[in-house]
Design a protein around this ligand. Structure first.
Ligand code: BGC
Length: 749
């Protein structure tokens, strides 16, 4: 039976065939049309058998900035990727980063992933993934370049806002529903950047030296969860090196861990310009190369010079490589095609609609963290307060433009000042003063915020005017922090220091001298120093909240929403309290950087060294109060089978409905290897009416007790006593229970 497509007309029929929806035929000169029930592998094998060498190689590298080839002759569609991870990137030109000038690509901006992590609510993560996936689907993209799960190692990393914080358990729990939500649309999520891309400085070449233990316990778990539990269909390699080999072609990461141990059956793609060597990329499991900068930039034939294009073909033709790897890559790519744009059952998607705005708002409201509220000056009582001075550039600056590849072109963005004015209504007088000049630009890759932020007043005059306005108002709401310009929360560079930029510390200090009802909203994806912490009564961590930013902040300020977010990373007092500085070698030297702090990242370090964070991991206040009582455990001896159940009753003791996140940490007081004083192993977010109480039950399995034993190359749960600590934050432990693990076990990675 001849399986060749005989003429171009058959290409169309062939598409339906490969999708599994064509008619059956027994004619020898026509393809055998398989039905939907045909096993995927059979359909892949069949497609593969029809493809030429050149067609297979063409699938392994980009054909434009964001796409790679299908097989036009066979009707196999192209792959179209899009950033990610906070909204769908606007369309750029085929060969350039500049805008294509479409008028129908203004998306919904969702909160940055740090905010999502701060919700500690997996339902929010699912909603996020489902919503952004619908937008990707509508825009005909079949790979969404996100989510990002690199661990927050240093507060200076310019891209922390795109990730899910410092804890492997929290980020693992939050990444899985995001992926499932995206993929329910027939769009592949692409978890990134695998692995150890924990800083932007030197990202293109820095070689990370990290212990096996820290690699497995801290830096890999969220990726592993994405692959094994989230069943993610795509993964992006990182720019940096590990074991002196670039991560996009890294034998240990891509071949031994990702494929051999975790059995990843999706597509491994490079970061843009992250491929460096044909043989290594081919052998070690990279499937598609994107973004390589070839000297004839802008010319369409530059794609033929990619490492996985012409040079790959030449190695095969010259006999240095056979087609084993090529067939593996083509299989992975075809599998992704069948899961996405060749899956005729996938939904159609939707774009920037009211449901997506509502999703953004809900996530933003749940992620905002109330850090301080002395004298309960929040929420603002709109019956009493008559005037508010809003101060700070971030109250009027769009935050969806900038920050690097996650920059967006949005349908709309409610700015904080706008949200506050709207909520305050006509009975409260709202005035605005800028107070400082940060960044007056607002453009990225040709997307312009079209805001005119020019300012003629001097810095001294701006402070003077702001102080005057603050002195006259009942309340001051200061909206400052970082922004998405270079050197702040932005890809490609790191921050220079922990302090707020643009002289904001001095300004906040001056404002707090003239008004005691002062609320500071810090807009950032990173920890910042707060030398004025004791001088202001209320502080809010406001993140980057997306299209509905202003509405979400106003809802929390006025108490329409009771804040319920908690910090997904530690705010250190000073840089020297951050392990990457205290023990590590950040930012590295001569291309090398050693993570000397090992597993002691974030609160693990703060607990071990007994430092006093500005705000600890897992911390966040509410407008109500919660009482933890009756901590119980269902057994004192655990043989490793099933789970240990720890329960706690939580009561809302205030007079407002609210949500509390209960956190469970384990402590292994005696172990052969040093372990952190506590490690997060469970959390649960519950809603409680005033006076209501609920019992929260955590199930600890053997897996939760393990550490990575580098000698054995396995996970080890060591017999002996464990403590389960139940708390409202990593530093507010309400009670504990002990149990005895009766035997030592090992588990393969
Ligand atoms: C970033 C990726 C992004 C890609 C495409 C790279 O610079 O590191 O996260 O997905 O560009 O825009």
């Amino acid at each position: 039976m001849c399986k060749k497509i005989l003429n171009p007309v058959l290409a169309i029929l062939s598409f339906f065939y490969l999708c599994g929806c064509g008619p059956h035929s027994t004619k020898s000169d026509l393809p055998v049309y398989l039905d939907d029930n045909s096993p995927v592998n059979e359909r892949i094998s069949d497609a593969l058998s029809r493809m030429t060498l050149k067609e297979k190689v063409a699938m392994c590298h980009a054909q434009s900035k964001f796409s790679s080839a299908g097989v036009p002759r066979l009707g196999i569609p192209e792959i179209w990727t899009t950033d990610g991870p906070h909204g769908i990137r606007p369309e750029v030109l085929w060969d350039e980063w500049n805008q294509a000038g479409w008028t129908n690509d203004s998306c919904t901006a969702y909160p940055a992933l740090t905010c999502l992590a701060a919700t500690w609510n997996s339902d929010m993560s699912l909603l996020y993934g489902k919503s952004i996936g619908e937008e990707a689907r509508y825009r005909n993209k079949n790979i969404l370049l996100g989510p990002g799960v690199n661990i927050y190692r240093t507060p200076l990393n310019g891209r922390n806002f795109e990730y899910m914080g410092e804890d492997p358990f929290l980020s693992s729990a939050m990444v899985v529903p995001y992926i499932k939500g995206v993929q329910s649309n027939g769009v592949a999520a692409c978890v990134k950047h695998f692995a150890l891309n924990n800083q932007e400085r030197y990202r293109g070449f820095i070689n990370v030296n990290v212990s096996d233990r820290a690699l497995h316990e801290i830096y890999l778990p969220a990726f592993k969860a994405a692959v094994k539990k989230g069943k993610v269909w795509a993964l992006m390699g990182a720019y940096n090196q590990y074991k002196n080999q670039h991560c996009c072609e890294n034998e240990i990461l891509l071949r031994k861990i990702l494929r051999d141990k975790w059995h990843f059956d999706g597509v491994a793609i490079s970061d843009w310009n992250g491929t460096h060597n044909t043989m290594e990329a081919v052998k070690n499991g990279l499937d598609i190369e994107y973004g390589t900068e070839i000297s004839e930039k802008g010319k369409s034939d530059s794609y033929d010079h990619y490492f996985m294009a012409g040079p790959y073909l030449n190695l095969i033709r010259g006999g240095e490589l056979d087609t084993t790897e090529l067939n593996e890559k083509a299989r992975n790519i075809l599998r992704l095609e069948l899961r996405t744009n060749m899956n005729r059952k996938r939904p159609f998607g939707s774009f920037a609609n009211p449901a997506h705005s509502a999703a953004d708002l809900a996530i933003a409201e749940e992620g905002i963290v109330l850090l301080k509220n002395d004298g309960n000056i929040l929420p603002i009582n709109d019956n009493k307060v008559k005037s508010i001075a809003v101060i700070g550039e971030n109250a009027i600056k769009m935050m969806t433009v900038g920050g690097g590849s996650s920059s967006l072109k949005v349908k709309y963005e409610i700015l904080p000042l706008e949200g506050i004015e709207k909520r305050a209504g006509k009975d409260i007088k709202v005035t605005y003063e800028r107070g400082y000049i940060g960044d007056t630009e607002g453009s990225y890759n040709g997307v312009n915020s079209r805001q005119n932020l020019s300012e003629k007043r001097s810095a001294a005059k701006l402070i003077e005017d702001a102080v005057a306005a603050a002195g006259k108002a009942d309340y001051v709401i200061y909206v400052g922090g970082l922004n998405k310009s270079e050197g702040q929360d932005c890809e490609g560079a790191d921050r220079k220091g922990l302090e707020l930029p643009y002289g904001q510390d001095k300004l906040i200090d001056a404002l707090s001298d003239v008004n005691k009802n002062m609320v500071v909203i810090n807009i950032s994806g990173n920890a910042v120093a707060m030398p004025w912490k004791n001088k202001v009564p209320a502080i809010i961590q406001g993140w980057y909240l997306g299209s509905e930013a202003g509405n979400a902040l106003a809802a929390v300020l006025f108490g329409d929403v009771n804040p319920s977010g908690k910090l997904p990373f530690t705010f250190p007092q000073k840089l020297s309290d951050s392990p990457a500085f205290a023990m590590g070698e950040y930012p590295g030297k001569d291309g090398q950087e050693t993570y000397n702090e090992g597993i002691f990242v974030g609160y693990r370090y703060a607990d071990e060294k007994k430092t006093d964070p500005l705000f600890c991991f897992g911390y966040g206040l509410s407008y109500t109060s919660f009482k933890y009582e009756d901590i119980t455990i269902d057994r004192s001896e655990f043989d490793g089978k099933g789970s240990v159940k720890i329960s706690v009753r939580i009561k809302n003791t205030g007079n407002r409905a609210g949500k509390e996140i209960a956190e469970l940490y384990i402590k292994d007081p005696e172990s052969s290897l040093p372990r952190p004083p506590k490690e997060l192993k469970g959390f649960s977010k519950i809603a409680l009416e005033p006076g209501e109480s609920k019992i929260v039950t955590f199930n600890l399995t053997l897996h939760d007790l393990e550490y990575y034993d580098p000698e054995a190359g396995k996970w080890k749960a060591e017999k002996g006593v464990f403590e389960a600590l139940v708390g409202s934050s990593s530093r507010d432990i309400k009670g504990s229970a002990r149990f005895n693990l009766t035997k030592t076990t090992y588990e393969e990675d």
